[in-house]
Design a protein around this ligand. Structure first.
Ligand code: PXP
Length: 245
């Protein structure tokens, strides 16, 4: 069975809109696990626009949940990760002005820097995931810097699917499939994430090499209409059904 990781950043977005304590992302983390998610993802951004430092500390202190900490490769984040010791870190490129992560890491250009950056994280036995495009040379570089996991950026595919641009979305889907096989053959665990919905997950979950899907914005916003339990159950069902096809 594929694992479902739920990104709860936008629970924190709602909380921060009022500057109060409700809704509490830690409570949300406990709930999503009880409804069938396998892990929780939080992205501590440089500008702390959603998840804040105390959320990261509390999620480890107040729960025993598997936590995937998304972060940029900065000294500040390295220090936080090695103090908090999440189950995994997922490195993403981060631009202050972007609304959400806009693309994969350029592991090739940053290769030496990333090796040094990851050293203390690997020493603490934190699993390392790199968010990359389905690009063979980036995947090779991810393996060289010591990543255990690559999370393939499904965002481009999801956008093309929404546009109903069949020729292009099928092309991107092929790239994701080839990248998954290539990465697995290098010994990497393959994850996928970004922009996934009930529709797009049907494609991505059908890729046998993908072990985990990380989904945030759609799940949290759909929960406004259907509730978080029903939304997670439906997503689980879509993932499980896609594997049977
Ligand atoms: N994976 C990564 C690396 C991300 O940066 C994000 C967005 O925070 C997600 C998955 C989840 O994307 P979405 O919120 O579009 O489901």
């Amino acid at each position: 069975m594929k694992r479902l990781g739920v990104n709860i950043d936008h629970i924190a977005t709602l909380r921060n809109a009022r500057g109060e304590k409700h809704p509490d992302p830690i409570n949300a983390a406990k709930k999503v696990i009880s409804y069938g998610a396998d892990s929780v993802t939080i992205h501590l951004r440089e500008d702390r626009r959603h998840i804040i430092d105390s959320d990261v500390k509390r999620i480890k202190k107040e729960t025993f949940l598997p936590v995937n900490l998304e972060m940029a490769a900065t000294e500040e984040m390295q220090q936080i990760a090695t103090e908090v010791i999440p189950n995994a870190v997922c490195l993403v490129p981060e631009k202050r002005e972007e609304r959400t992560t806009e693309g994969g890491l350029d592991v090739i250009t940053e290769e030496n820097k990333l090796k040094t950056f990851l050293d203390p994280i690997i020493q603490k036995k934190i699993r390392v995931s790199l968010f990359v495009s389905p690009d063979i040379s980036q995947i090779e570089a991810a393996s060289r810097v010591g990543a255990n996991i690559i999370e393939l950026n499904t965002g481009t595919f999801c956008d093309l699917l929404i546009e109903n641009n069949k020729k292009e979305y099928l092309k991107e889907f092929e790239k994701l499939k080839e990248a998954s096989v290539y990465g697995k053959n290098l010994g990497l665990e393959i994850h996928g994430g970004h922009g996934l919905t009930f529709e797009s997950v049907k494609y991505i979950a059908s890729i046998p090499e993908i072990r985990e899907l990380n989904i945030g914005h759609f799940l949290i916003s759909q929960a406004v209409f259907d509730g978080i339990e029903k939304t997670i159950n439906t997503m689980r069902l879509e993932i499980d059904n896609s594997q049977k096809k």
